[in-house]
Design a protein around this ligand. Structure first.
Ligand code: PRX
Length: 655
């Protein structure tokens, strides 16, 4: 809490630098004014001017809360918007992706190269029987083929579901199965900190129990020879090498004419139950949101080199590594590996080598860079950088100041962007040529968004602390949860009976006296570990599958670098002794079940889990224990009387 208090005492402000403003595209408040006067007309203007349509829409918005449709009757193709319209111009030979593998491999794909690859792979997918509306799973390292596969799906009207390469076989299987994917695109492996991530082996295990998948396309990422036997056993009839299929594929592929409301992709994210939610995004509205915010927030110009460090497995990788930048004809850096491999200056080496002008990363990375020391940054010429971005979790003022001073040389504005998988695009952020920033604040909503702070009863608040809601629909908002529309209504629009129009984001926030937004983090049972969303229930369900575990409760604890880390309280079955080995085994068990990002930092054995009379786990007590506030010596948790007395203390405080 003291940190939050410190955050809100922040009084430093930074006006956009003169040099930046001189060249910036947006320097006035005209867009906010126009959008406030008529939000629908403003979004319609963005859609008209930034996106190419086959047929124009006949109605901008249909809002039957919480059901929403944008640009009704409009038709378009997202891949055409990202590729065809650029290859018709001088951008044909402009770099779309400048890629580096962790092992030093390098490739540059121009818009023309990417266009040809996408058309060919679209034909490959068609040959494998993929039709409009079918689902395609993508489980790849961060290689250009990930973008190729996404765009190829978009080209033929198939719905992609990208699964982060760090997820386990079981997580992959659940997602493939939920979406009933017909094809999976994977690779023999990827590189992470010098190790091979055995994606194909993981995929094989997932496919054992994902019967909807008829074909598996395998990109060769590892050196030929090393790959074939050990990392990629190819099953006849089901598995196909990407390069073989591409060899004779036709480079012409007409783009499917899609309805604005057709689904573009599903992206799974963690919620408050054990089962991840398949967030569904639309074709027209999503593209309008991604392309508009890309331009506004990043002040994108044709000579920029934009690097978003996110993986395509997350929404940031969808909107700001693929769709937003490509729709705007940008050059993007794409990097496969870890920031500290082989050395801790890898990111700065990449920035220097490729002349990166806009750099967009997560606070967890910034905090790590800060800890590693300024000298790693100092080794490289970063003078081309002109704008810095942050996303995924609250950034503490100290990290913000370091980012500005050491990486940005005190000259680059910082855009701290708040948004979610569900919002599809950035919602709250500075516009760098206009907004005066405060370290740690995402500042104000962008034009076209109606963000409202409310209290527990949904009363609007002008300042102070409360819950973050969005009161008007926006084009790139999620349309549903795949296969579970009731869960969509229930999760986002049912917090306040009688207010099905109010989108509840799940975040707590504070508005200061100057009207600046400070995001305080999740108020539900979702953790944010190093910028990744993990549901406490997901980890709990994994733990109770272990034969030694009777019951488990998971909470977030403060972590200097990751923001939050996972602490698991576990009661063991009768007769199972607690031990250090079992603790390690349980940590690995969760990592194997979900993925390394969900590995608990702490596993605490407890005689009992403290519960309220109604049977709810007392999470505040557990959080206080995990953070060392409630109990010095956690080994005493094994004593039931200790838990009981803590419980009593907490109950008396709460009543
Ligand atoms: O809690 C907020 C946090 O990340 C959550 C969304 O996670 P996800 O859907 O995985 O998308 C992450 C990338 C957009 C939000 O509910 N969050 C995201 N951006 C910020 C943030 N918290 C504070 N400041 C941000 N800039």
């Amino acid at each position: 809490m003291s940190e939050i208090a410190a955050l809100l005492d922040e009084t430093r402000t930074f006006a956009p630098g003169e040099a930046f403003v001189r060249e910036a595209q947006v320097t006035t408040r005209a867009a906010w004014e126009a959008a406030a006067a008529d939000p629908e007309a403003w979004w319609a203007e963005q859609a008209r001017s930034r996106v190419e349509w086959h047929t124009p829409w006949t109605q901008v918005l249909d809002w039957q809360p919480p059901r929403v449709r944008w640009f009704l009757g409009g038709t378009l193709n997202v891949a055409e918007n990202c590729l065809d319209r650029h290859v018709r111009t001088w951008r044909r030979n402009k770099a779309a992706f400048v890629w580096e593998g962790e092992n030093g491999d390098r490739r540059t794909l121009t818009y023309w190269d990417l266009y040809v690859e996408v058309c060919k792979f679209a034909n490959v997918l068609k040959q494998l029987g993929v039709r409009r509306g079918d689902r395609v799973g993508i489980y790849l390292p961060l290689v250009p083929e990930a973008a190729v596969a996404m765009l190829a799906c978009a080209r033929i009207g198939a719905i992609h579901s990208v699964v982060f390469g760090g997820f386990s076989p079981e997580s992959l299987r659940d997602r493939l199965d939920d979406a009933q994917a017909k094809v999976l695109v994977t690779a023999d492996g990827g590189y992470r900190r010098g190790q091979v991530v055995p994606l194909k082996r993981n995929a094989d295990r997932a496919l054992e129990a994902a019967p909807s998948v008829q074909h598996c396309v395998v990109v060769r990422r590892l050196p030929a020879g090393a790959a074939d036997e050990s990392f990629a056993e190819m099953r006849d009839g089901r598995d196909h090498w990407y390069h073989r299929l591409m060899q004779h594929a036709d480079p012409h592929c007409d783009a499917a004419v899609m309805d604005a409301e057709d689904e573009l992709f599903i992206l799974y994210t963690s919620g408050t139950t054990g089962k991840p939610k398949g967030i569904v995004h639309s074709t027209g509205g999503y593209l309008v949101g991604a392309t508009t915010t890309m331009q506004l927030v990043f002040d994108l110009r044709d000579d920029d080199v934009f690097w978003c460090t996110a993986d395509v497995g997350w929404i940031t990788g969808h909107s700001y590594l693929v769709y937003g930048p490509l729709a705007n004809g940008a050059t993007c850096v794409m990097y496969e590996g870890a920031p500290d491999w082989p050395e801790r200056d890898r990111f700065w080496q990449l920035c220097e080598r490729h002349g990166v002008t806009i750099f967009y990363t997560a606070p967890t990375a910034i905090r790590a860079f800060m800890k590693w020391g300024d000298h790693h940054v100092g080794k490289h010429d970063l003078s081309r950088l002109r704008l810095l971005g942050s996303v995924g979790e609250p950034i503490n003022p100290e990290a913000w100041m370091w980012y500005r001073r050491v990486v940005g040389g005190d000259r680059c504005p910082i855009v701290d962007t708040w948004w979610q998988t569900e919002t599809g695009a950035i919602v709250i952020s500075p516009v760098p040529g206009v907004t005066h920033t405060k370290p740690g604040s995402a500042t104000h909503p962008l034009p076209g968004y109606a963000v409202q702070l409310v209290d527990a009863q949904a009363n609007a608040l002008a300042k102070g602390g409360g819950l973050l809601t969005i009161t008007r629909p926006w084009p790139s908002m999620l349309r549903t949860i795949w296969g579970d529309h009731a869960r969509y209504e229930q999760t986002y629009f049912s917090k306040w009976p009688g207010r099905p129009d109010l989108y509840f984001a799940g975040d707590g926030a504070k508005l200061d006296d100057d009207g600046y937004w400070w995001i305080l983090g999740r108020v539900d049972d979702v953790l944010n570990v190093a910028g990744h969303r993990i549901g406490t229930m997901e980890v709990e369900s994994a733990l109770v599958e272990h034969p030694a575990v009777a019951e488990a409760a998971v909470v977030g604890k403060h972590h200097e670098l990751k923001g939050q880390a996972i602490a698991a309280f576990v009661t063991l079955r009768e007769g199972v002794p607690a031990s250090g080995e079992l603790r390690d085994e349980l940590r690995e068990f969760v990592a194997a079940k979900i993925g390394a990002i969900a590995r608990p930092d702490d596993v605490l054995f407890s005689a009992d889990l403290p519960k309220t009379r109604s049977g709810k786990i007392m999470r505040r007590l557990l959080r206080d224990i995990a953070d060392g506030r409630a109990l010095g010596d956690t080994t005493t948790l094994a004593d039931p009387s200790v838990v009981a007395s803590l419980k009593e203390q907490y109950e008396s405080q709460e009543s």
